[in-house]
Each structure stands twice: as structure tokens, then as C-alpha cells.
Write a protein that binds this ligand. Sequence first.
Ligand code: PBG
Length: 330
Amino acid sequence: MTPAPFPAARMRRLRRTRALREMVQEQGLSARDLIWPVFIRDGAGVEEPIPSLPGVARLSLDRMLQAAEEAHDLGIPAICLFPYTDQSLRTEDCAEAWNPENLTNRAIRLLKRELPDLMVMTDIALDPYNANGHDGLVVNGEIVNDETVAALVRMGLAQAEAGADILGPSDMMDGRIGALRMALEAEGHSQVAILSYAAKFASGFYGPFRDAVGASGRLVGDKATYQINPANAQEALACIARDLAEGADMIMVKPGMPYLDICRAAKDRFQRPTFAYQVSGEYAMLMAAAQNGWLDGEKVMLESLMGFKRAGCDGVLSYFAPRVARALRG
Ligand code: PBG
């Protein structure tokens, strides 16, 4: 609908007062829209700051539980766990990934026992357990697909067994969603949801995350043979269609801000629950600018998240989650 010509239409009429602006506001942001990614590590009483992610720390499980309680009280529906695995447990075969007693699986059990209403999401990829930092098994320098999918299924089943509500395969191997869905059905976990990292790009914005999980120094080469070329939107939409067809309940676009076109296209085309991951590098750059006094941190935090809603996302994974929820409470 084209507005009437000036002066019949004056767009500023509805911007005149706060009440008018709020009356015609198109999008809303709420704590319900947030999934909070949390880094965990072994130990007790530990909060280990991550220098490239100001304000984010690796938490021992007792501290994680406190943080999760706070998030839950703020109305955040879900947290997503990322383990910092002891360096001695990182091997070529990645066997720690499906150890029922690994850090993530212990964290899931603790959270589900203490905070059953908080949804627990996990990451499925081998990088926190891999001697070489890759998401998949490496054989003769190649990231092998089908063997990796089998390993990922074992990893996901162990997480489901521990009580995870939502599994997040972030590895970008082909066929993993279907394999995981069938295994979950076969093993009595038909209610466990899959939020597929369906459109995950080979991005430079993951740098601080790799510091956080201790994979930075290990990664040999890059992830370009499995993550999507940042130039490719059609390929990203094909990946999303494929993952939905294989049984993904929800899909994700990652990173977020440089890929809002993909979010919008995915929502319009598939009309399924759509999430974006505001990744570590996006968080780090906003925080760095705010710490230098170059940006108003609170303002750009809320504005960046509203952008995801406007682009069609139902929710966002963001390291800002508790701060956003607090800000929205006023
Ligand atoms: C692991 C994984 C990554 C992220 C989430 N899961 C890193 C990667 O693919 O290298 C990145 C999240 C972030 O940067 O915040 N497969």
C-alpha cells in the first residue's frame, strides 16, 4: 500500500509521542525469544573469563546451575551448552563426545534434575573433543562424512539419554539430521526436538567461540569443505529444505547479522520455527565498541536483536540473553 502524497501523508505524525510510536510498533522482543549459549568446564566454584568474549566466562557446573536459575527466573526458555573439554580428552576418534559421563551429559542431568522447566539444548559436533579441532573425523587429511554422521548419532543419543530437550547438530555433515531423527525414534526418544544448524556458513565470526571451547590452537586448515560459502544464498536455502525434509523441527541461520537475508527468505519460504545465532564474533565486536565508548552497548544490543525479529526469526541464540532479559524488565 503506497502512502498518500505529502502533505496528506506525514510519516512523522505517528512518531510524535512515545505512546503513538508504541501503538504502531510492528515487532516485539521478549525474553521468550532468547536461547542463551553457556560455556561449561570442570571444577567447582570456577568462573574463567574468556578474553575475546568480554562478560562471558566458562562456568563450572555449580556456577552454571546458578546462572541457569537466574536465566530461568528472567523468563529465558532455553540454554545451550558448550563444553570446554580437558585437553587430555581430545583424541582423533573423539570418543569423549559420546561418553555418558562427559561434561555436557553431566550438566544436562544436573539441569534437568534441578530446573526441569528450563529447556536444555546441546551442540552436536566433534570439535570440542577432536585432537585437530574439526567438527568431523579426519582420515588422511579429509573430513569424512558418513563415519562422522555415525559418531554424531552416538553423541546425540547420549545427550538424549541424559535428558536433553533440544539437539543442535552444528557439524554440517550431509545426512546427519535424518540419521539422528531415525536413531532417536528407534531408541525411545521420539519427543526430543532437533534444532538444525541448517544454514551454517564458513565464517570468520566464530573466532572467539573457538577460543572459548579451546579449539583455536588445534584447528588445522579451515571448515570450508563442510560449512557453506558466505556467497551462497540458494545453497543455504537448499540446506534448510533438506534438513526440514529429514526431520528437523526447527532451523537456524548462523551467523546472524551478516545473514539476515537468509533468515527472511527461510521464514517466507518454509514457515517453520526459524532461529538465528548471533555468534561470538558479533557479540565481541559490539562489546568491544561499547567498551571503547564508540557505541551505546545497551542500545545496539537491543537493536541488533530486534533486527532478527524483523527479519522473520522466532528467536535468537545470543550471549547477551540475560542482559537483554534484564533490560526488557526495565
Ligand atoms: C561447533 C560450533 C561453532 C559454533 C557453534 N558450534 C564453531 C565452529 O563451527 O567453528 C560457533 C558459535 C559462535 O561463534 O558463537 N561446530
